[in-house]
Design a protein around this ligand. Structure first.
Ligand code: PDD
Length: 288
């Protein structure tokens, strides 16, 4: 029987039901995280949970448990579902209260839920690279918050899917921000360039791991804005994210990047990223 965490309790999934006046359901009033699980162990859980607390703070919402408490709950959930390779999704909403745009009184307890899902590593896309389109970034100006409000991201991702592409690269007036569910970086003359971690992007944990590996391996990098034009003419372009790891981009708007194959630095970063995973979660094997 699949288990979930519902209001902090480990219960059967079939017994979990959301109140129609949960503020997450009505307003998207809450925050979330997606954490990768390899070999039954969470990767960078502390960083994800710290970001959950930061997101909560930025919307004036208390996370109803401590970081270690949440980590222990998620570990119990992973174990209960025998998850070896997949993701754990967790969200905290501002709780259940009569619909009102104002925040409810402080006695309304935020609602914590979590569930697991089996997800393979996207090995084929990681090896061959993916096609993308560019779209105008129409989202709000607090993209650093991992908010449940994802409509802008969904519209972008659907445009990509309709165009037969994997991801939509968003830009504001020609400055590249991020993907719909990933961060975007380019490589020009051996230097990795990625948008600075400000209010216009989510400061991806995978982005941070990737930058750390650059530092360790002596690969030069810059956290600086770059244009869509620079991206289209870059030597290499790649995505980072919990579900995509380090994923090469081989095409943007029908235009080939480099020679249309995953670039050498991107491949190196994939290896370094894998080494970081293996350090925390044990050896990864190619799936059959
Ligand atoms: N998305 N940017 C956006 C808009 C994202 O939604 C995500 C993650 C990222 C990458 O962040 P991280 O490296 O911490 O996963 C960047 C998750 C996986 C999702 O919504 O499914």
């Amino acid at each position: 029987m699949e288990k979930v965490i519902f209001d902090g309790q480990l219960i059967n999934r079939s017994e979990a039901s959301v109140d129609i006046e949960d503020r997450g359901y009505q307003f998207g009033d809450g925050v979330y995280e997606v954490i990768r699980v390899y070999n039954g162990k969470m990767f960078t859980s502390k960083e994800h949970l710290q970001r959950l607390f930061e997101s909560g703070k930025k919307i004036g919402m208390d996370i109803p448990y401590g970081l270690d408490e949440i980590k222990a709950m998620l570990e119990d959930l992973i174990q209960a579902n025998n998850l070896t390779l997949g993701t754990v999704y967790l969200q905290v909403t501002r709780g259940v209260a009569p619909r009102n745009h104002m925040f409810p009184s402080s006695d309304v307890k935020p609602m914590f839920v979590a569930y697991t899902r089996e997800v393979a590593r996207p090995e084929e896309n990681m090896m061959n690279g993916v096609k993308t389109i560019s779209v105008e970034d129409i989202r709000w100006l607090l993209c650093d918050i991992k908010s449940l409000n994802l409509l802008g991201n969904l519209l972008a991702k659907q445009k990509a899917a309709d165009a037969g592409c994997f991801e939509a690269i968003q830009h504001r007036n020609g400055t590249v921000t991020e993907g719909s569910l990933s961060n975007v970086s380019i490589v020009v003359d051996g230097v990795v360039k990625t948008h600075p971690a400000n209010h216009l992007i989510l400061n991806g944990i995978s982005r941070q791991v990737m930058l750390k590996t650059c530092e360790k391996a002596g690969i030069p990098f810059a956290e600086k804005p770059y244009t869509l034009d620079e991206l289209k003419n870059a030597d290499e372009v790649f995505l980072t994210g919990t579900t995509v790891e380090v994923m090469p981009i081989i095409e943007v708007d029908g235009q080939r990047i480099g020679n249309g194959k995953p670039g050498e630095i991107t491949k190196k970063l994939q290896e370094l990223f894998k080494a970081e995973i293996e350090e925390q979660c044990g050896q990864l094997f190619i799936q059959q």
